[in-house]
Design a protein around this ligand. Structure first.
Ligand code: FES
Length: 265
């Protein structure tokens, strides 16, 4: 039997490749944005301040489980036994962070950009063996469907925050008012909803357990809806990431007095 040598079988050392295109540019961009977002989010979680201004509440701190005594957003008062450095964001952000970190799209993106497994098609990687997602640490990726259940709970809570942001003031002086903060919170919530409702796991949850969906019109319609949204999952992933960060930054800048809250009416 004759054998042909497969040119694709050639192994390159780490980051070396026969490719002539600029394969590393998207990876570099992805790494900068993701690491920048993670750095900023960590700063905000530890800062434990400037997360609300008037009727605006930062999405990083919503739901606000506890806050200052005069807070209009806090659900409870802070338990005495909780260490001072634990911010309310600590208690909630594990859910959306876990949801994003284990997202099928983001895995593809940061496996290349950060984990380097591989850095790109036909590009040498730093590891010799492939363990897949059956062993630690990558086995935790299988928790994605459970993070989805928690992520779904956030959508109505954030929607309530948008409704609150449509008002200015409290009590007798409360009046309907839309501002830049309202629009940013609305944009963040709408794109987060699109991101969550276009999740691959949600698609499986709705219709993946049936061989024939056409017998169940309501389930079939929902499945088609998620499938249609799923085509733009990557787009929703990025836009929601930016808008959540911008909405938080806006609330922070207003709260620190660096800018004033821009109200259109
Ligand atoms: Fe991306 Fe579920 S696959 S959020």
């Amino acid at each position: 039997m004759a054998y042909a040598r497969n040119p694709l079988a050639k192994r390159h050392s780490w980051l070396k490749s026969s490719r002539k295109d600029s394969w590393w540019i998207p990876q570099l961009f992805t790494a900068i944005v993701l690491l920048g977002f993670i750095g900023y989010a960590n700063f905000r979680v530890f800062e434990n301040a400037h997360y609300e201004f008037g009727t605006l509440l930062s999405p990083f701190y919503s739901p606000l489980l506890f806050g200052p005594a005069d807070s209009h957003h806090a659900w409870f008062s802070k338990p005495d036994w909780l260490p001072r450095w634990i911010s309310p964001a600590f208690l909630i952000l594990w859910a959306p962070a876990g949801f994003r970190l284990t997202c099928y799209y983001y895995r593809g993106a940061y496996y290349k950009a950060i984990w380097q497994d591989p850095p790109g098609c036909g590009v040498g990687e730093p590891r010799k063996g492939y363990l897949g997602e059956k062993f630690l640490p990558l086995v935790v990726q299988n928790l994605h469907r459970y993070f989805l259940y928690f992520a779904l709970l956030f959508i109505p809570i954030l929607t309530w925050d948008v409704w609150n942001a449509c008002w200015d003031g409290y009590g007798d002086s409360r009046r309907f008012s839309i501002g830049l903060g309202t629009l940013l919170l609305f944009g963040a919530t709408a794109t987060l909803a699109l991101y969550t409702f276009s999740c691959h796991s949600l698609r499986h949850l709705i219709g993946g357990n049936r061989d024939k969906l056409s017998d169940r019109p309501a389930q079939f319609a929902c499945y088609n809806c998620v499938s249609a949204l799923n085509k733009n999952h990557m787009l929703y992933a990025w836009i929601s990431l930016f808008l959540v960060a911008f909405a938080d930054l806006y609330v922070r800048l207003c709260s620190t007095g660096a800018i004033s809250d821009l109200r259109f009416f």
